[in-house]
Design a protein around this ligand. Structure first.
Ligand SMILES: Cc1cc2nc3c(=O)[nH]c(=O)nc-3n(C[C@H](O)[C@H](O)[C@H](O)COP(=O)(O)OP(=O)(O)OC[C@H]3O[C@@H](n4cnc5c(N)ncnc54)[C@H](O)[C@@H]3O)c2cc1C
Length: 499
């Protein structure tokens, strides 16, 4: 007799979702989280009276999230106060000019028309294509297992409308943007979003170019910070009997006879269970926690073949004035080709970008209570390699923070450097240390074409019976709503295969 029906490793979005739904199925569930906070990358911490989001700063396509709450007998809107985010961006172009992009697709078309009448005319076609895609994909692709070719065929049979989007599997994000938009600034305003999938526009699969549209379908910020989402799911799970224990690090998945039997904690305690769900990076799961000796040689080679995703250094700054940004998100952009150029000529050589680009989030634009009255919080999200050429992140951390604040003060956020009251820089190494994310890979495994759908590690392990995967390592991959989907998929598979 096991201690629990299910043990979940990691209380990120995928982990708490799987745990809550499995508790709702009447199973005894224990979620073990090594840090002192719920939510992993979708969490919020307090420093000197300012509340900063750890990673994720916005939520789009809430349909899978609402589906989870409905299965838990409630609704997303009843559990979390969702603030509508409009405009979606203030875009700062490389020549210093700015443009606000509203949430409404029609309003966005008007903004694009100011830059190029022809591109403005093409926007409705682009928007209609991805509206149609998301309409089918949200329930038919993002919420269904894709671990085997059989799953993929089933998905297409159930949602045949997805088939016409086949060409999006063979082109790049950049191909799609260039097909619809010719103006440099219009392209710039949509190119950076390819990094939401962890890749530059030339490498990101065309399928992911919906990211340049999806925020216009609805964009939300949960009051109280991003942690409010996993905290609400955990709260519902706890009502069903799910237990969450923080500061409990799992060092080993117990495997015997080819089946997961529980876990061993870093203090040596062993806890048994019939099923284990992992919400952690799949490479770390299989190579460190399960152990190579339990993997078939092909599975061993397979898991080693995955490239870890890009990491994202973040500067958290609390300021005592209103930064002149005018939107929850500000995109500091460069021309689309420069993003590919950065990837190949700087990122892959261990260098930081020469031209500053990235995403600035001012969460207090949506929820002023994140900071003391009259103060604001800024998350400055950059790109950067894990291994730095000729240096290391512990050496570079302070200088990076100072350099970026100084550069932004000149071009993007006048007055910033005089108003910073508190600052913290989280490097890829810090993400690795705090959340045990190998190399700080914020989407776990690269989201290239050969690591998506059936090519991503399967939600139902083929190497170890009774082991299931949730989180960014498995289909449909990284992102808050998508990892919440992974938790739902894992719970469905366990319901189907584990009695
Ligand atoms: C800077 C940044 C910005 C982002 N912006 C957005 C955004 O705006 N919108 C969006 O949708 N997504 C965004 N994302 C992506 C999104 O936050 C993640 O893809 C998602 O939250 C990951 O969820 P997960 O279930 O994979 O778990 P994770 O968040 O990876 O959590 C895994 C948990 O497991 C714990 N853990 C690890 N190892 C162990 C162990 N051995 N024992 C016990 N516990 C363990 C960790 O401490 C962690 O809490 C962003 C991410 C980052 C880093």
């Amino acid at each position: 007799m096991s201690d629990y029906d299910v043990i979940v490793i990691g209380a990120g979005c995928g982990g708490v979702t799987a745990g809550a739904l499995l508790a709702g199925q009447g199973r005894s569930v224990l979620v073990l989280e090594q840090s002192d906070l719920l939510g992993g990358c979708c969490s919020t911490f307090e420093k000197d009276g300012y509340h900063f989001d750890v990673g994720a700063t916005l939520l789009e396509f809430p349909l899978p999230v609402d589906a989870v709450f409905q299965r838990l007998g409630t609704t997303f809107a009843d559990e979390v106060d969702l603030i509508d985010v409009d405009p979606v961006y203030n875009v700062v172009f490389d020549d210093g000019s700015r443009m606000l992009f509203p949430q409404s697709p029609d309003g966005t078309g008007e903004v694009i028309s100011q830059l190029s009448a022809k591109d403005g005319r093409n926007w409705p076609r682009f928007a209609a294509m991805f509206e149609d895609f998301l309409d089918k994909a949200l329930s038919g692709f993002f919420m269904k297992p894709a671990g085997t070719m059989g799953d993929m065929v089933r998905m297409m049979v159930e949602t045949p409308g997805l088939l016409k989007f086949g060409p999006l599997f063979v082109k790049s994000y950049k191909d799609v943007i260039e097909k619809y938009f010719k103006n440099n600034k219009v392209q710039q305003s949509m190119a950076y979003q390819s990094f939401y999938s962890g890749l530059p526009p030339g490498l990101a699969p065309a399928l992911l170019s919906f990211l340049a549209y999806s925020e216009h379908q609805g964009l939300f910020y949960p009051r109280g910070g991003m942690i409010s989402v996993p905290a609400a799911i955990a709260r519902c799970g706890e009502k069903e009997g799910m237990k969450v224990e923080l500061k409990k690090r799992v060092d080993r998945v117990l495997v015997s006879g080819g089946r997961a039997r529980g876990v061993r904690l870093s203090d040596g305690t062993e806890i048994t269970s019939d099923v284990v769900v992992s919400d952690i990076n799949a490479r770390a799961l299989y190579l460190d926690l399960v152990g190579e000796e339990h993997l078939h040689p092909l599975a061993r080679a397979g898991i080693k073949s995955y490239t870890l995703s890009v990491s994202a250094p973040v500067i958290y700054a609390g300021v005592d004035y209103e930064p002149p940004l005018g939107a929850h998100h500000t995109l500091v952009t460069v021309p689309m080709e420069d993003l590919d150029d950065y990837w190949f000529n700087q990122y892959q050589k261990g260098l930081l970008p020469e031209k500053l680009f990235g995403l600035i989030c001012c969460g207090t634009v949506s929820d002023p209570a994140l900071a003391p009255e009259g103060h604001h919080v800024l998350n400055i999200i950059l790109g950067g390699p894990y291994r730095l050429s000729g240096s290391d992140w512990d050496t570079e951390r302070k200088a990076l923070g100072e350099r970026v604040i100084e550069q932004l003060s000149k071009n993007v956020i006048p007055g910033l450097s005089e108003h910073v009251k508190t600052i913290e820089v989280a490097t890829p190494l810090d993400f690795e240390r705090r959340l045990l994310m190998p190399e700080g890979a914020f989407l776990a495994l690269e989201m290239n074409l050969l690591s998506l759908t059936a090519f991503r590690p399967s939600a139902r392990s083929r190497s170890v019976k009774g082991l299931y995967l949730a989180g960014a390592s498995t289909h449909p991959g990284g992102g808050v709503p998508t990892t919440i989907s992974t938790g739902m998929i894992a719970a469905d598979l366990i319901d189907r295969y584990e009695g």
